[in-house]
Write a protein that binds this ligand. Structure first.
Ligand code: S3P
Length: 419
């Protein structure tokens, strides 16, 4: 059945985490509207509450965050499944002179933390974690930080943000350089909260700003969630869909650039600035796609969209090559492995390499019993693949979609997508 209609997706997860954290570091009230509705967003709010921040729900997805400085939490901080919560809060808490213990679910406890522990330790924080600080739980005894000039070996917005957030309460300036540009939501939002941020090429620096100025934030729709619906509309014949109010920050929009290269009819309607972020409505209809190539320099701009790009590649006419994507092995699951396994089980021709995937299309997919491996984006990607597969598909652990997109399946069915 074709997907037809108009839809609004949950608030951008990356922007939501940052809005809540910066509001907590401000003195006074910040109203955040359209906050990410999934479990990851809730993890950040719960941690901030435990650290003494006032968080009051004033609407469906609207929160009034009242910052008045942080204080030691009475218990460990549970970041759930959310890497952004753990890494950004590590940066924040490295600067506060009390003990914080950050933990999370088994997936998060298996994800690399040395990438933030190392620069924060160099700034003067004392941090302990399993396996010499490589894995959570992390214990952080913060305070007394010095600014740092840091060249990150990974293009990661979480690492960049952790260091910049620590720098707000360090002595002297803090600069971060990265090998490829990663999403710049932190830089954009810091400026709105009154911080002097300087961006020069791939280097971002902040001057100390121990207390921020409160600021209202309206969170745009999450392109990383919209991507699944866009892909579904591209794949299913007769579909035409409009997704309203989606964040189109260029450091995040690599997915749309790849779609353009592969001939997908995606139109941006009413491109506008919403506070410091570009936002637009996306119109998409079914089309045959050309294969595409994605390399290391483009990966940070579409890192969360690679699972759904892999699904699209199975229906493109030719060979798609995704490379330089080794970071995917450190996400909520090893996404190169889980997507290669899931798509292969559906009959796709997929080769997995150390840092990427090679997919030969088009290929007739077949339904079957699959596993989401506890990963929200794998669950949604396989569900979209199932729309064009012959026979029924059952995805074990599909409830993982609640991490970023509660109501994903209901929305898909309401638009006409068959389960
Ligand atoms: C995010 C950055 C990316 C992305 C994640 C959200 C952020 O992670 O995959 O979903 O909000 O900063 P990395 O910084 O590890 O690349």
């Amino acid at each position: 059945m074709p997907l037809r209609g108009e839809v609004v997706v949950p608030g951008d997860k990356s922007i939501s985490h940052r809005a809540a954290i910066l509001a907590a570091l401000a003195s006074g009230d910040s109203l955040i509207r359209g906050y990410a509705s999934g479990a990851d967003g809730r993890s950040t709010l719960a941690c901030l509450r435990a650290l003494g921040t006032g968080v009051r729900q004033v609407g469906d997805c609207d929160f009034l965050v009242s910052g008045s400085g942080l204080r030691e939490a009475p218990s460990e901080l549970d970041c759930g499944n959310s890497g952004t919560t753990m890494r950004l809060l590590s940066g924040v808490l490295a600067a506060w002179p009390f003990l914080s213990i950050l933990t999370g679910d088994s997936s998060l406890r298996g994800r690399p933390m040395a990438r933030v522990v190392e620069p924060l330790t160099r700034m003067g924080a004392r941090i302990w974690g399993r396996e010499q600080g490589r894995y959570a739980p992390l214990a952080i005894l913060g305070g007394g930080l010095r600014g740092i000039d840091y060249s990150s070996p990974v293009a990661s917005a979480q690492v960049k943000s952790a260091v910049l957030l620590a720098g707000l309460r360090a002595e002297g300036r803090t600069s971060v350089r990265e090998p490829e540009p990663s999403r710049d939501h932190t830089e954009r939002m810091l400026a709105r909260f009154g911080v002097a941020v300087a961006v020069r090429g791939r280097e971002v620096s902040v001057a100390p700003a121990p207390v921020l100025t409160p600021c209202p934030v309206r969170v745009p729709g999450d392109l990383s969630s919209a991507a699944f619906l866009i892909a579904a509309a591209l794949l299913v014949e007769g579909s035409r869909l409009v997704v309203r109010g989606v964040g189109l920050n260029p450091t995040r929009a690599g997915f749309l650039r790849v779609l353009e290269r592969s001939g997908a009819p995606v139109r941006v309607l009413d491109l506008r600035d919403q506070e410091s972020e570009p936002v637009g409505d996306l119109e998409v209809s079914h089309a045959r796609l050309r294969p595409f190539t994605v390399g290391a320099e483009e990966v940070p701009s579409l890192v969360d969209e690679i699972p759904i790009l892999a699904v699209l590649a199975t229906q493109a006419e030719g060979t798609t090559v995704i490379g330089g994507a080794g970071e995917l092995r450190h996400k909520e699951s090893d996404r190169l492995r889980t997507m290669a396994a899931g798509l292969a089980a559906m009959g796709a021709e997929v080769e997995e390499s150390q840092d990427g995937l090679r997919i030969h299309g088009p290929c007739a997919l077949r339904g079957g019993a699959l596993s989401a491996e506890g990963d929200h984006r794998v669950a949604m990607a396989l569900a979209v693949a199932a729309l064009v597969a012959r026979g029924a598909t059952a995805i074990e652990g599909a409830e993982a979609v609640d991490i970023s997109y509660p109501g994903f399946f209901e929305t898909l069915y309401a638009l006409g997508g068959q389960g």
